[in-house]
Design a protein around this ligand. Structure first.
Ligand SMILES: NC(=O)c1ccc[n+]([C@@H]2O[C@H](COP(=O)([O-])OP(=O)(O)OC[C@H]3O[C@@H](n4cnc5c(N)ncnc54)[C@H](OP(=O)(O)O)[C@@H]3O)[C@@H](O)[C@H]2O)c1
Length: 319
């Protein structure tokens, strides 16, 4: 089979897509590609101004692009609920939800609700968002997919349920890896629960971009004031990373290719799964553990106050 590129994306006219973190990096590239295929894209952005500038940039190339910007701060559960309410009031259908926004290896800080920011933004914010939008996904005419952006670094993650928020012991990279493992545990558990509920029209898929040069690598060094780490990141991005457009391909493939099934994990298939065309990848054993996933689900419902109307899937752990 030939390598998958955006040329193979189906016509998405009449489809509605939400991309979180649509103003930058992978989210921006994905938004451009979804729009070019005819989809209506709701750009869910932390800053309305940055979102509008990104939308303008896309419109300068694609004047007919169907884009709207809606404010979404994943570090504030009230804002997440307000975003979802606006969406539900204005739309009957949601064909693709891309849980993409994220932060990486930043000094410890807390969200508006008191969660450690990487866990709060990368996982809990998206958990709450998806829960608020589940009714639209279920009622959508046709098929819907939830795509959750993880990272190859999820393999180094462990869920420290005794200190999920890194209050006793915080490590910037450890907290990132944990949040990215949480992304995959969520993606796979959501798929199992949809199956258990007999909801065939909605599927959940995990993906990762390999290594792509974006703003992601700069926020940590900038927040910690480390000029040396910033320089190292800039050099590494220039030498090793693929560009953001290639990094967006696994998410686009997961979101649109007809051969994708729920519960898959998509990533680049080239050198060390860091670059190259998208294909099915193998996630860590830990990310497939249903017991860990069920525990995280329960904790996430408690912390966010968002309950899913889905039965727990009964799958035995292999660990
Ligand atoms: N690039 C890579 O090599 C790589 C590798 C593995 C995984 N990933 C994953 O890919 C995803 C996208 O990252 P990227 O590389 O495209 O980085 P990026 O260029 O920094 O984009 C991240 C996006 O997330 C948004 N965001 C951050 N905090 C947010 C919040 N509180 N609420 C809503 N949006 C927020 C950012 O908004 P602002 O612009 O306003 O900050 C930005 O739009 C992340 O989940 C990341 O973990 C990337």
């Amino acid at each position: 089979m030939s390598e998958w590129t955006t040329v193979q994306m189906p016509d998405l006219t009449g489809k509605t897509v939400i991309v979180t973190g649509a103003n930058s990096g992978l989210g921006f590239e994905a938004t451009e590609a979804f729009a070019a295929s005819g989809a209506e894209v709701v750009m869910a952005c932390r800053s309305r101004d940055r979102g509008e500038s990104a939308a303008e940039e896309i419109r300068s190339e694609q004047p007919a692009a169907d884009l709207s910007v809606s404010k979404l701060d994943l570090a504030d559960l009230e804002d997440v609920a307000a975003f979802a309410e606006r969406f539900r009031e204005s739309h009957d259908d949601l064909h693709v939800l891309c849980n993409n926004a994220g932060v990486m290896a930043i000094p410890r800080s807390e969200t508006a609700d008191g969660f450690e920011t990487q866990f709060g933004v990368n996982h809990l914010g998206h958990f709450a968002l998806t829960g608020h939008l589940l009714s639209v996904l279920r009622d959508t005419d046709g098929e819907s997919r939830v795509i959750t952006q993880s990272s190859g670094l999820h393999e180094r993650g462990e869920m420290d349920f005794s200190d999920l928020q890194g209050e006793d012991d915080y490590d910037e990279w450890g907290a990132y890896a944990q949040s990215k493992l949480a992304n995959l545990l969520f993606a796979f558990e959501l798929d199992r629960r949809l199956d258990a509920a007999g909801i065939d029209s909605v599927t959940s898929v995990g993906c990762h971009p390999g290594y792509a040069a974006t703003n992601l690598q700069y926020r940590g060094p900038e927040e910690s004031g480390s000029r040396l780490r910033l320089l190292a990141m800039k050099v590494a991005n220039a030498v090793f990373a693929q560009d953001a457009a290639d990094g967006a391909l696994p998410m686009l493939y997961a979101a649109t290719a007809p051969e994708i099934s729920g519960g898959e994990y998509i990533g680049p298939s080239g050198f060390m799964n860091m670059r190259g065309p998208p294909a099915e990848d193998t996630p860590s054993r830990r990310s497939r553990d249903p017991e860990r996933a069920a525990r995280l689900w329960e904790v996430s419902e408690e912390l966010t106050g968002v309950s899913y109307d889905l039965p727990e899937a009964t799958v035995a752990s292999e660990e």
